[in-house]
Ligand binder design. Structure first.
Ligand SMILES: *[C@@H]1O[C@H](CO)[C@@H](O)[C@H](O)[C@H]1NC(C)=O
Ligand SMILES: *[C@@H]1O[C@H](CO)[C@@H](O)[C@H](O)[C@H]1NC(C)=O
Ligand SMILES: *[C@@H]1O[C@H](CO)[C@@H](O)[C@H](O)[C@H]1NC(C)=O
Ligand SMILES: *[C@@H]1O[C@H](CO)[C@@H](O)[C@H](O)[C@H]1NC(C)=O
Ligand SMILES: *[C@@H]1O[C@H](CO)[C@@H](O)[C@H](O)[C@H]1NC(C)=O
Ligand SMILES: *[C@@H]1O[C@H](CO)[C@@H](O)[C@H](O)[C@H]1NC(C)=O
Ligand SMILES: *[C@@H]1O[C@H](CO)[C@@H](O)[C@H](O)[C@H]1NC(C)=O
Ligand SMILES: *[C@@H]1O[C@H](CO)[C@@H](O)[C@H](O)[C@H]1NC(C)=O
Ligand SMILES: *[C@@H]1O[C@H](CO)[C@@H](O)[C@H](O)[C@H]1NC(C)=O
Length: 707
């Protein structure tokens, strides 16, 4: 409640600022997203600038507090003094006028703002959150960079001091919890604030923020650096009046919301005539990361970096990360450029608008854990319910891994196999998730997880084969053959005539004979025919493939409204005036199965434009909303015109939506806003890894799967 009233004050201040201040508008390239990623690297390091009009300020870094993905403020402040006058460049501290934002630009790894400070100096502010699919050590470090460049704008030299702080709001979602902190310098000269919840609650969350672990805000100890911890008004006030801090530590450890303690750095940059840049890192260190019910029962798993940094762990890690910025920037630039050129090749600039916004959000749900002999990748079903390793969230997410690093998909599937193969799950079909509340992957020994049996059996078979094809890993298929066969038996019994059940789109309701769900099951059976073939089980293979072909021909009778104009598949068998996105058809192509006749692809591709709304094709006839992940699955296998229509519509949504949260995958295809009651809870979900569906198919061509 307290935080809400604070946020409200901030929004008002922002409004005034933009009305009475310099009204020059910023440019936004390639679009002004609903929320701008600032530091987004894991489920717990996920700080954004809400931008859409429905709760955000339009994408201006100064004048509004940054927020954790779930909405609570994670205050991050930036001020600058130029020739004695103080301005705010980030957040909403009381007092200074705001800098003028000239431009904002995002890439897959960076958010970059350019600011004009009183016509005197220019600032380039870069938030870099790396994705390093090829480098597990770096991927496992939960850190993000803030790089601030300042240079004279008018050719004169100016006296400049730079300020930034974070508040203790970063360390727990319970703002009445007591925070503790410290200040130090590593042996190689990295000055840091360490902030944490005084009572560490291992594996526990409040409002989705972690209640354990140690936060670090760090910069290099250079001449002119000063630091201070203390109440927001004291520390920020000192900078505003003196241009520096006191090099003192407040030791009155107290509640996060009691005279909000903040942790500041000030840099006296002196007289600037050229350009100077200052680097900060923000990050979270949790030694213990996940509880996992694996082959030997429930065990705690450590963050993977613990096996890389043996002694003085946190200090060494901090130095490593800070000094790694040049490498991190180069690796990030290479990834940005790969995603950029390949997205443009696959779907044009609009497609790049979509993929480059999705990359950090998708990877931001992941955490690499384990040790040097055994690694696991865990995924949080962010916002929709916080489950761990949800199979039907990994499925829409998985194209980004097929595209960037199929081996990471294996690390996501491994814990699901390990739990079920060791007999910890009683049902014969695949489990829905590995635990109701991240980070507790403690399984469902009672078998009472959310029931999506057909969906999850299909998903596991499809993703296992997809991984093994791209990684050329047949041994993985042999290793898991028995349980894959068990799930196939389920599909043979249940896929053609699906019982009344929910699909992954559970919010849309339950229904029997869902055409799209049946298709997933049938493709799953054919995937098993290929798996059986690859593992030398040729009798199984010919049996399964003949079943799959028999089913797919019946499915075309049951699930297609042949007499409709134009003809199309239905939402449910025989419901001729219904329709929906047939996104599960994607996997036929993803796996190179050629199970479904080309005529079905062509029919669907011709049909979608006839029911399109301004921001996309509705998910199905029950509602006007759509799902961005399924739209990109559908686009990936559509003819050129339909592909272009779907991509254009989603890119238009990104730039026009009034939603202000980290991109929602569920939205009204009619208005581009929230779809209606109860659906506003979809935000920051990893499923938008599915926006890479087109690129995952291109990668398959390279791997020779299509030939
Ligand atoms: C900011 O970026 C622009 C354009 O990339 C560049 O010309 C300028 O030198 C940069 N300024 C600073 C302070 O780094
Ligand atoms: C995870 O389990 C622990 C007990 O082992 C519990 O204290 C904690 O609250 C649980 N976390 C969540 C997010 O439910
Ligand atoms: C901060 O600036 C004030 C005013 O110039 C000065 O008196 C003080 O010594 C400075 N403090 C530090 C820690 O540099
Ligand atoms: C590494 O992790 C695996 C799986 O959790 C565990 O069985 C093994 O004991 C660990 N090895 C070491 C050296 O800690
Ligand atoms: C499901 O479809 C099959 C095949 O068309 C049909 O026989 C059956 O009655 C349908 N079930 C329901 C509940 O509509
Ligand atoms: C299995 O392999 C045989 C021989 O290569 C091939 O003819 C057949 O099409 C394959 N079946 C499937 C389902 O991949
Ligand atoms: C094919 O698979 C089905 C379903 O598992 C099974 O009932 C049948 O006996 C199998 N047929 C052959 C020839 O193996
Ligand atoms: C739906 O269309 C099919 C032909 O595509 C037709 O055989 C069937 O009777 C129709 N069902 C209903 C309920 O109208
Ligand atoms: C979808 O929007 C159209 C046009 O606004 C409206 O006529 C229709 O009733 C809506 N359909 C649903 C299912 O909400």
């Amino acid at each position: 409640m307290k935080f809400l009233s604070r946020a409200l004050v901030v929004v008002c201040a922002t409004f005034f600022g933009s009305v009475v201040g310099d009204a020059a508008a910023s440019t936004f390239s390639p679009a002004r997203p609903p929320a701008i990623p600032l530091a987004v690297k894991s489920p717990y390091l996920s700080t954004w600038l809400y931008a859409g009009s429905d709760g955000g300020n339009g994408g201006y870094l100064a004048g509004q507090w940054s927020q954790f993905w779930a909405g609570q403020v994670a205050a991050w402040t930036g001020m600058i003094r130029v020739d004695g006058t103080t301005y705010t460049w980030m957040g909403a501290p009381t007092g200074p006028a705001l800098v003028t934002q000239k431009s904002f630009e995002y890439t897959s790894t960076k958010s970059v703002f350019t600011m004009d400070v009183g016509g005197l100096v220019e600032m380039n502010i870069t938030f870099l959150s790396t994705l390093t699919p090829d480098d597990q050590k770096r991927q496992s470090l939960i850190f993000s960079y803030l790089d601030v460049g300042v240079q004279s704008l008018d050719g004169n030299s100016h006296d400049v001091q730079l300020y930034t702080d974070i508040s203790a709001e970063w360390v727990s979602g319970d703002h009445s919890a007591v925070a503790q902190w410290d200040q130090g310098t590593t042996r190689d000269g990295i000055s840091y604030h360490k902030v944490y919840r005084q009572t560490q609650l291992l594996f526990s969350e409040t409002a989705d923020q972690a209640d354990w672990g140690y936060w670090y805000y760090a910069t290099k100890k250079v001449h002119g650096l000063s630091f201070q911890s203390g109440s927001d008004s004291t520390v920020r006030g000192n900078f505003q009046s003196n241009g520096n801090l006191t090099n003192t530590k407040d030791v009155d450890y107290r509640a996060i919301n009691a005279q909000y303690p903040v942790f500041g750095f000030a840099h006296d940059l002196g007289k600037i005539s050229g350009s100077v840049s200052t680097l900060y890192t923000i990050g979270l260190a949790q030694e213990q990361a996940i509880q996992f019910d694996g082959a030997s029962g429930v065990v705690p798993l450590t963050s993977l970096w613990t096996s890389q940094f043996s002694s003085e762990t946190d200090a060494m890690k901090l130095s490593f990360v800070y000094n790694d910025f040049n490498t991190a920037s180069k690796t990030a630039a290479a990834l940005d450029s790969k995603i950029s050129s390949e997205s443009i090749g696959a779907g044009g600039q609009d497609y790049l608008t979509i993929t480059s916004l999705a990359a950090r959000q998708a990877f931001g749900a992941l955490q690499l854990v384990g040790n040097s002999t055994k690694q696991y990748l865990f995924l949080k079903e962010i916002s929709s319910d916080g489950n761990v390793q949800t199979v039907d969230v990994i499925f829409p997410f998985h194209p980004i891994l097929l595209y960037l690093k199929p081996e990471l998909l294996k690390l996501l599937l491994d814990p699901l196999f390990e739990n079920q193969e060791s007999g910890q799950y009683p049902n014969t079909y695949s489990m829905h998730d590995l635990g109701g509340s991240y980070p507790n992957a403690t399984g469902h020994t009672d078998g009472n997880d959310e029931k999506q049996p057909l969906e999850e059996c299909g998903n596991m078979l499809i993703m296992t084969l997809a991984y093994s094809q791209r990684a050329q890993d047949k041994a993985y298929l042999t290793q898991h053959y028995n349980i894959l066969k068990q799930w196939t038996q389920y599909l043979i019994a249940e896929a053609l005539i699906p019982a009344d059940q929910i699909s992954t789109d559970d919010f849309a309701g339950s229904l029997s004979n869902q055409t799209n769900l049946a298709l997933k099951g049938i493709i799953g059976i054919e995937a098993m025919a290929v798996i059986a073939n690859l593992t030398g089980n040729t009798a199984d293979s010919s049996n399964y493939t003949s079943i799959a072909h028999d089913y797919i021909s019946k499915w075309q009778d049951y699930g297609i409204a042949h007499d409709a104009v134009p003809p199309h598949t239905t939402l449910g068998y025989g419901l001729n005036d219904t329709h929906g996105l047939l996104y599960n058809l994607y996997s036929d192509q993803e796996l190179g199965l050629k199970l479904v006749p080309q005529a079905v692809y062509d029919m669907q591709s011709a049909f979608y434009p006839t029911v399109a709304l301004p921001y996309g094709v509705p998910l199905d006839t029950r509602h006007n909303y759509t799902k961005s992940d399924w739209e990109m699955f559908t686009a990936a296998i559509a003819g050129d015109e339909t592909k272009e229509l779907l991509i254009k519509a989603l890119a238009a949504f990104i730039g026009a939506t009034t939603t202000s949260v980290p991109e929602t995958d569920l939205y009204s295809a009619a208005t581009g806003g929230w779809p209606g009651e109860g659906a506003g809870s979809f935000k920051a979900r990893p499923v938008i890894g599915g926006h890479f569906a087109l690129l995952a198919l291109e990668a398959q061509v390279e791997a020779g799967i299509h030939n």
